[in-house]
Design a protein around this ligand. Structure first.
Ligand code: PMP
Length: 284
C-alpha cells in the first residue's frame, strides 16, 4: 500500500480525503515540485527547495515551514521502502479549502499539502534513443515561470504529441521556441548551445540550470536567447531536459530530421557530464 503525505501526516494514500472546497480543486490555485531520488540521494535538492519557495512567494501562499519539503520527501522514500531504488517525489501545495470565491480566503486558511513518492526506472545511460517531437503554438498563460498545478494547456498540448506517438510538444510563442510541455528545450546551431533565457515564458528547470553549468564548465558556448522557429533548418542537434527523463536527444522535429537523427556530440558530452555528476554524488 502506498504511503503518502497529507497535511502533516504520513498515511495510506487511500485514506486521504480532499475538501471539494479546496482551491487547488476549484481554481488550480496551487504549485508543485518534483524531485528525483537516485537510490541514495536527491539530485539538487537545494535547487528544488529554492524553486518551491519562489513558486510559493509568487502566488502568495504563506507556508510556515517550506524547508520541511526535504524531510517529507525523504520520509516518503523511506515509508515506501524506496531507499535503494529510483523514485520521483511529487509535492504540491494549494491555498487551502474555503467556500468558492475569487479573492483569497480572509483570514487565510491552512495551505493543503499533498505529496507522494513513486518508483521509477533508471534512465538509459547510453544517450538514446532519440525522440520525435512536434511544435505547436504556446497556448499557455503569461507566467510559465511559476510551477503552477494549473497545467491544462500543457496536458492538452502534450496529448496532441502523445496521440501522434511523439515524445513532446515544443511551444512556439511569437515566432520563438520556448520549451516543451513538460521539459526545457536545447539546440545546437553553429557550434553554440541555445536555450530560451529565464523569463515568464518558460519554467526554469533544475535540470536546465545544471546542463547550462556543465556546458560552461566544458567550454561550450552557451547562448541564452530565444531561437526563431523559422531557423530550425539551421540546427545540428537538439535535446530536452527534465527531472524524470534527464537528457533526451531529439531525432526529428515536425517530421524533419535534426542533424543525422542520432544524438549529436554536444548532447552526448553534456549527458555524460550529468551522468558523471550522478556517479560523484553516489560515491560521496
Ligand atoms: N518546463 C516545464 C513546462 C516543465 O513542466 C518541466 C518539468 N517540471 C520543466 C520545464 C523541466 O523542469 P525540471 O528540470 O526542474 O524538471
Amino acid at each position: 500500500m502506498d504511503t503518502a503525505f497529507f497535511n502533516g501526516i504520513f498515511l495510506p494514500k487511500e485514506k486521504i480525503r480532499v475538501s471539494p472546497d479546496d482551491r487547488g480543486f476549484l481554481f488550480g490555485d496551487g504549485i508543485y515540485e518534483v524531485m528525483k531520488w537516485y537510490a541514495g540521494f536527491f539530485f539538487d535538492p537545494a535547487g528544488h527547495l529554492a524553486r518551491l519557495k519562489r513558486s510559493l512567494r509568487e502566488i502568495r501562499i504563506d507556508l510556515p515551514d517550506p524547508e520541511a519539503f526535504l524531510n517529507i520527501s525523504e520520509g516518503l522514500v523511506k515509508a515506501n521502502k524506496l531507499e535503494d531504488k529510483y523514485a520521483l517525489v511529487y509535492f504540491q501545495v494549494t491555498r487551502g479549502a474555503s467556500p468558492r470565491s475569487h479573492s483569497f480566503p480572509d483570514p487565510a486558511v491552512e495551505p493543503t499539502i499533498y505529496a507522494f513518492a513513486r518508483k521509477t526506472e533508471p534512465v538509459n545511460t547510453s544517450t538514446g534513443p532519440a525522440a520525435g517531437v512536434m511544435t505547436a503554438r504556446d497556448i499557455r498563460w503569461s507566467r510559465c515561470d511559476i510551477k503552477s498545478i494549473a497545467l491544462l494547456a500543457n496536458t492538452l498540448s502534450f496529448q496532441d504529441a502523445h496521440e501522434r506517438g511523439l515524445f513532446e510538444c515544443i511551444f512556439i510563442r511569437d515566432g520563438y521556441l520556448t520549451e516543451g510541455s513538460r521539459s526545457n528545450f536545447f539546440l545546437v546551431s553553429d557550434g553554440r548551445l541555445y536555450t530560451h533565457p529565464e523569463s515568464e515564458n518558460i519554467l526554469s528547470g533544475i535540470t536546465r540550470k545544471n546542463i547550462i553549468r556543465y556546458a560552461m564548465e566544458s567550454g561550450i558556448p552557451v547562448v541564452q536567447e530565444p531561437f526563431p522557429a523559422s531557423d530550425l533548418a539551421k540546427i545540428s542537434e537538439a535535446f530536452l531536459t527534465n527531472t524524470s527523463a534527464e537528457v533526451t536527444p531529439v531525432a526529428f522535429i515536425d517530421s524533419k530530421k535534426v542533424g543525422t537523427g542520432e544524438p549529436g556530440p554536444v548532447t552526448r558530452q553534456l549527458h555524460r557530464k550529468f551522468l558523471d555528476e550522478l556517479t560523484i554524488m553516489k560515491d560521496r
